[in-house]
Design a protein around this ligand. Structure first.
Ligand code: SF4
Length: 462
């Protein structure tokens, strides 16, 4: 073997890694580092990260479970040296991940060495680490790791929130979140997917995707591409949903705005890959009020969009929240919202009376609505929606639905179907089912409904 870590400086580094530091059980990564000091620092960062995750660094090809080749692509001779190093690593070990400057020419690498497991470019630490995870999953050591691999959570074991971004690029006039949390910053998609995988391995059955504006995911990164296993994924709403669908658990989308590209995920829902459920905070329906609110996607033809979604995915459950009494809301605006609501036939709806928030632009708007008018509109709104919800739930009597159990007490079990998110929607009550456990999935035939909840009997435990 000519080189293990190619530069002389790097060779010194390997000497610190004695065979005795390599434990029998930990996954072992070898690295061949070529090129300039910047590439060397990249190698050090990658190794540091992997070491922190419990990987051992192997000083030889045959002791490694996977080999990273950090390449140089500066000159033709450097490219050739990199290709030769990849070839040697494949010959000596077989499992090879390529990163570094030559990684910007994946075709050149794959033409010469079609067996490489993954190719990532320079400074793509997340992607390299993801590729290592994919080829060689990290081991969790319960004796030394204080935190379980899926992190500490405050939710029950069977469901978890998956936060995909922070901040928001919108400037709704009633909201001060952007001034508190700043503009949208999307998490790298591989980081989100890795967290989702860990949650799945930890036994989570339902992932609730959250952010301030889920459908805007990745806009700030210009839909940056990353390597995930053997494929390229974009930091984008559709790619995220497609990859989460592969985890074979319930995936529920919250805080989605009805932008046109949301249409792209409806087929995933129709095919049963993610839950046919969308939480869309419409907040109002009147174009005048939406404009005053400066709501995102307010110009989209929302009713047409809902109609089309339901054509493509007939059981789609829609939940939303609304505000009554926003400054300037007239009786016509309010009536427009009620008519819209009857037309939209949303499944679950929450409604708030407008409250001024310190620092919000809406405070400067004229036409404050008196409290008693807000209250009266709120009551009319709730009455209207109650009737709609009751009718929609009634239609489910006789259906068989998958239900995830949240709680069991002496009276029976309480769970939710695809159409109910925890905490905010209703429940499915299974009277007498005291032997089920939280996290069980059961098929339930619905026998009774009111305006909020369903009741049924268990057909089978899945
Ligand atoms: S979308 Fe509007 S309401 Fe939601 S966080 Fe952003 S600014 Fe606030």
């Amino acid at each position: 073997m000519a080189i293990w870590l190619a530069s002389s400086r790097v060779r010194l580094y390997t000497r610190e890694m004695t065979a005795s530091s390599v434990s029998k059980s930990a996954p072992k990564v070898g690295i061949v580092s070529l090129g300039c000091p910047k590439a060397l620092v990249d190698s050090e960062r990658i190794l540091t990260r992997l070491r922190a995750e419990g990987y051992e660094i192997s000083p030889s090809y045959d002791g490694a479970d996977v080999v990273l080749v950090n390449t140089c692509g500066f000159l033709d001779s450097a490219k050739q040296e990199s290709l030769d190093a990849i070839g040697e690593a494949i010959k000596e070990n077989g499992k090879v991940i390529v990163t570094g400057c030559l990684g910007v020419e994946p075709d050149v690498i794959r033409q010469t060495h079609p067996d490489v497991l993954a190719v990532t470019g320079p400074h793509q630490y997340e992607q390299v680490v993801s590729a290592v995870h994919a080829a060689l999953p990290p081991k969790h050591d319960p004796f030394t790791d204080l935190v379980p691999p899926e992190g500490l959570r405050l939710t029950p074991r069977h469901y978890a929130y998956l936060k995909i971004s922070e901040g928001c690029n919108n400037r709704c006039t009633f909201c001060i979140i952007p001034s508190i949390r700043g503009d949208l910053v999307s998490r790298p998609i591989t980081s989100v997917l890795r967290e989702a995988e860990k949650l799945a391995v930890a036994g989570v059955k339902e992932l609730l995707v959250i952010s301030q504006d889920t459908s805007a995911y990745g806009i700030d990164t210009k839909f940056k591409e990353e390597m995930w296993y053997d494929r390229t994924v974009r930091t984008r709403f559709l790619d995220l949903c497609t990859e989460l669908a592969n985890l074979d658990l319930w995936v529920r989308l919250h805080y989605v705005y009805p932008y046109p590209h949301v249409d792209e995920v409806i087929p995933l829902m129709a095919e049963g890959k993610i839950l046919p459920y969308l939480d869309i905070p419409f907040q109002h329906a009147s174009p005048t009020v939406l404009k005053a609110m400066r709501r995102p996607a307010s110009q989209e033809k929302q009713l047409d969009r809902i109609r089309k979604w339901r054509e493509d995915c007939p059981h789609l459950a829609l939940r939303s929240t609304f505000i009554t009494g926003f400054p300037g809301e007239t009786e016509e605006d309010f009536q427009f919202m009620l008519d819209w609501l009857k037309e939209a036939q949303l499944d679950r709806v929450g409604c708030f009376k407008y409250e001024a928030v310190d620092g919000a632009k809406a405070n400067e708007l004229p036409g404050a609505v008196p409290e008693e008018v807000k209250q009266e509109r709120w009551e009319r709104f709730m009455e209207t929606q109650k009737a709609i919800s009751a009718e929609r739930l009634q239609q489910k009597v006789g259906w068989t639905l998958g239900v995830l159990i949240d709680e069991v007490d002496e009276d029976g079990a309480i769970g939710r179907s695809y159409a109910e998110a925890p905490e905010i929607d209703g429940n499915v009550f299974l009277n007498g089912e005291t032997t089920l456990k939280p996290g069980d999935l059961v098929d339930v035939t619905i026998e009774h409904a009111d305006e909020y909840d369903l009741w049924g009997s268990v057909e089978r435990v899945i």
